[in-house]
Design a protein around this ligand. Sequence first.
Ligand SMILES: [Fe+2]
Ligand SMILES: [Fe+2]
Length: 199
Amino acid sequence: MKAKSLLKLSTELKEYLKQELSEEKYLHSIGSEETAKQLAEYFNANIEKTCFAALIHDIAKSKSNEELLRLIKENNIEVSPSEQAALKTLHAPVGAFIAKNEFRIKDNDILNAIRWHTIGHKNMSNIEKIVFLADKIENNTRDLKFRNQVLEVIYHTNSLDQGLLICYRATIQSLLERKLFISMETIEVWNSLIECLSK
Ligand SMILES: [Fe+2]
Ligand SMILES: [Fe+2]
């Protein structure tokens, strides 16, 4: 059977997301796709793949923590101990699993962008960075002041990393203020961004 094009699959995916997600999360997914397209065009990333990854990134978002933990256990989905401790992040590895198994996505660029959109990692590809950023600054449900601040820095510096730095700073600040656990992965990404950007 001929593999379906991502564009054709996007139409099916939108129907699936409409059923699966709340209206707000559906709008967030559509907004993420739009912002991802804008950044992919600017940074010459593969537009089709980046948009599809952004559209599908929260496919597991409406599942309960119990359901996410069950799927992880039953399917041996790899998650680090600090991810296990932060239940909010688990829809990312489960989302990549669903994309692979229900939507038959084999492309690792897409699967990795879904997998890492919550915590990121030190060596993100441009598609991973764009999906991570689009999730934080999309136009439909995210804070517009923050969106404009991040986009201004990205375009002014021509650097996705500078945008990531602002997002990680905001995340870390918020975790500190709320006295919440900061994963080692988050600290590692922060340090690697500082290292890269100071070269
Ligand atoms: Fe998410
Ligand atoms: Fe999201």
